[in-house]
Design a protein around this ligand. Structure first.
Ligand code: FES
Length: 98
């Protein structure tokens, strides 16, 4: 088995051969973190484990959209006012409807 290391860049869609790797970036800036992204990140990890989605999870610093937070970025799309209650449906929709 060959292990490939990729360096993720925020807001890009990664392709490994025919394989699309989705990237979910959780804003860990102080505003988003304190408004729920610490918990949202755990919910996303659980979602990935439960669904088997091919997703890379990363974090970022403030994206200057604090007033709309907590924010996550799925591939190139910023999603605001994220909460654990809406995450599963939201991720189903965003990851399947490309
Ligand atoms: S802390 Fe997330 S956008 Fe500012």
């Amino acid at each position: 088995m060959t292990l490939t290391v990729i360096h993720l860049k925020i807001g890009r869609i990664y392709t490994l051969g025919d394989y699309i790797v989705h990237v979910i970036t959780v804003c860990m800036g102080s505003s988003c973190f304190s408004r729920g992204n610490a918990h949202n990140a755990e919910c996303i990890k659980r979602y990935i484990a439960e669904t088997g989605q091919e997703v890379a999870l990363s974090g970022c610093l403030c994206r200057n959209e604090c007033k709309n937070g907590p924010n996550i970025i799925v591939d190139e799309k910023m999603i605001s006012q994220v909460s654990p209650e809406i995450l599963p449906d939201l991720l189903d929709q965003v990851l399947e409807n490309r």
